[in-house]
Design a protein around this ligand. Structure first.
Ligand SMILES: NC(=O)c1ccc[n+]([C@@H]2O[C@H](COP(=O)([O-])OP(=O)(O)OC[C@H]3O[C@@H](n4cnc5c(N)ncnc54)[C@H](O)[C@@H]3O)[C@@H](O)[C@H]2O)c1
Length: 350
C-alpha cells in the first residue's frame, strides 16, 4: 500500500510511519517541521517539507504518484496557543485538512484516516464521552478540529476519523502541551520539582502511542467509516498519575499546588459507543480476561477477531513512556506483553 502521512515527522505521525514501513508499505511523509523533526522520520520514507495549508506547495511536495491511503496527522496542537493564534490554527487545521482531502481524491486514495481529538472536542462531560455525545469544543483548536471532521465527512472519500485521547510514549516532546507524562518524567530525570495545576484532581484519558498506531493501521486496512474514539475509557487524575510514576521512579521533589489555569477542564475522557473488533492482519496475543474492562471501553474501526480489542493496557502505563526521548526508537514501539501487569517495566524501556 502507498500511504501518505501528513505530520509524519511529529510524535504520533512518526510512529505511524515506522509501523507502516515495518509492514512493508511504501510511505510518503509531508511535514513543515514546525514542531516535527526530520530525525524522527525513517529514511525509507519519501520525505517532503511542505505546509499542508498551502495547496500548491502540498501538491508539489507529493507529486503525481497515485496513493492508496492517507493518515492525516498534521496540525497545530497547542490548545492555549489556539486562542491567541486563531488564524494560524484555522489555516492549518481547517484549510490544511481541506487541501489534504482534495489532494487525496486527486491521487486516487481509497481510504482517508483523519486524526482528531477526543480530549478537546467533547467539552466538559460528567462521565467519559462516547461518540454519541454532541461535540462542544471549548477552544479554537477543538472547534477547528470539529470543522475539519465535517470536511472529511462530507467528502466522497471513505474516511475514518479517530478522536484520540491524550497520547503518551517515546518521542513525545516535553515542550508541547498535553504531554504531561513526558513532562513529569523529564522533571523526575532532572531531579526538578513537578508542577501540578490546581489540586491535581482533574482527569484525562491517557492512551499509549502503540495502541493508537494499531488503531490507525486497523482503520487503513479495514472497511469501517465514520468517527471512533480511541482511548482507554478510564479517567486518570494527575494525582493518580503522580502516584503511578512515584511507584516506578521513586519519590519526586515536592510540588506545590498552583492556581488552576482558566483553560483547565475537570475531566476529559472518551469511550467508544460500541466495541468494534480489530483487524487481524497479523496474529496477536488475545487479550487476557483481567484486561477486558479496558478493552470494552476502547475500540478500533476495523473488522476481525471479536475476542480482541485495541487498547490492551489499563488506564495508564507510564513505565512505557520512560524512554521519552524524541529519537529513542527507530523501530515501531513494541507492545507491552499483555500478560504483564501495568507496572511492568517494558523491555523497550530497559
Ligand atoms: N498528542 C496527543 O495527545 C494528541 C491527542 C489528540 C489528538 N492529537 C492529534 O494527533 C496529531 C499529531 O499530534 P502530535 O501529538 O503527534 O503532535 P506533533 O506536533 O508532534 O505532530 C504534528 C506534526 O504536524 C506538523 N505540522 C504542523 N503544521 C503543519 C503544516 N501546516 N503543514 C505540514 N505539517 C505540519 C508538525 O511539524 C508535526 O510534525 C494532531 O492532529 C493532533 O491534533 C494528538
Amino acid at each position: 500500500m502507498r500511504v501518505l502521512v501528513t505530520g509524519g515527522a511529529g510524535f504520533l505521525g512518526s510512529h505511524v510511519v515506522d509501523a507502516l514501513i515495518a509492514r512493508g508499505d511504501d510511505v510518503m511523509v509531508v511535514d513543515d517541521l514546525s514542531t516535527g523533526d526530520r530525525a524522527n522520520v525513517d529514511r525509507q520514507a519519501d520525505f517532503s517539507v511542505a505546509d499542508v495549508a498551502d495547496l500548491s506547495a502540498l501538491q508539489r511536495g507529493i507529486g503525481s504518484r497515485r496513493i492508496d491511503g492517507v493518515v492525516h496527522c498534521a496540525a497545530r496542537t497547542k490548545v492555549v496557543e489556539s486562542m491567541t493564534k486563531k488564524d494560524l490554527y484555522e489555516r492549518v487545521i481547517v484549510g490544511g485538512t481541506r487541501n489534504v482531502v482534495e489532494t487525496s481524491r486527486r491521487l486516487g486514495a481509497s481510504i482517508f484516516v483523519n486524526i482528531s481529538t477526543g480530549g478537546a472536542i467533547y467539552g466538559e462531560t460528567p462521565t467519559c464521552a462516547d461518540e454519541t455525545v454532541p461535540v462542544d469544543p471549548q477552544s479554537n483548536y477543538g472547534r477547528f478540529k470539529a470543522k475539519a471532521e465535517k470536511l472529511v465527512e462530507s467528502s466522497d472519500l471513505r474516511a475514518v476519523t479517530l478522536r484520540l485521547a491524550n497520547i503518551y510514549g517515546p518521542r513525545q516532546r516535553t515542550d508541547l502541551e498535553g504531554g504531561v507524562i513526558a513532562i513529569f518524567i523529564g522533571c523526575w530525570k532532572r531531579g526538578e520539582p513537578i508542577t501540578v495545576f490546581g489540586d491535581g484532581s482533574y482527569q484525562r484519558d491517557y492512551v499509549y502511542v502503540a495502541d493508537v498506531v494499531e488503531s490507525v493501521l486497523g482503520a487503513l486496512s479495514g472497511t469501517h467509516a465514520g468517527v471512533f474514539n480511541i482511548g482507554t475509557g478510564v479517567a486518570t487524575s494527575v494525582n493518580e498519575l503522580v502516584s503511578a510514576l512515584t511507584s516506578i521512579l521513586g519519590p519526586t521533589l515536592s510540588c506545590g499546588p498552583l492556581a488552576s489555569r482558566s483553560s483547565m477542564r475537570r475531566k476529559a475522557c472518551s469511550m467508544s459507543h460500541s466495541v468494534v473488533p480489530i483487524a487481524d492482519a497479523a496474529p496477536r496475543p488475545s487479550v487476557p480476561p483481567r484486561e477486558r474492562r479496558a478493552c470494552t471501553t476502547s475500540s478500533a474501526p476495523t473488522a476481525g477477531a471479536p475476542d480482541r480489542c485495541r487498547s490492551r493496557r489499563g488506564p495508564i502505563d507510564p513505565s512505557t513512556a520512560l524512554s521519552a526521548s524524541r529519537h529513542a526508537a527507530r523501530r515501531p514501539v513494541p507492545s507491552r506483553p499483555p500478560d504483564r501487569p501495568a507496572s511492568f517495566l517494558h523491555p523497550y524501556v530497559l
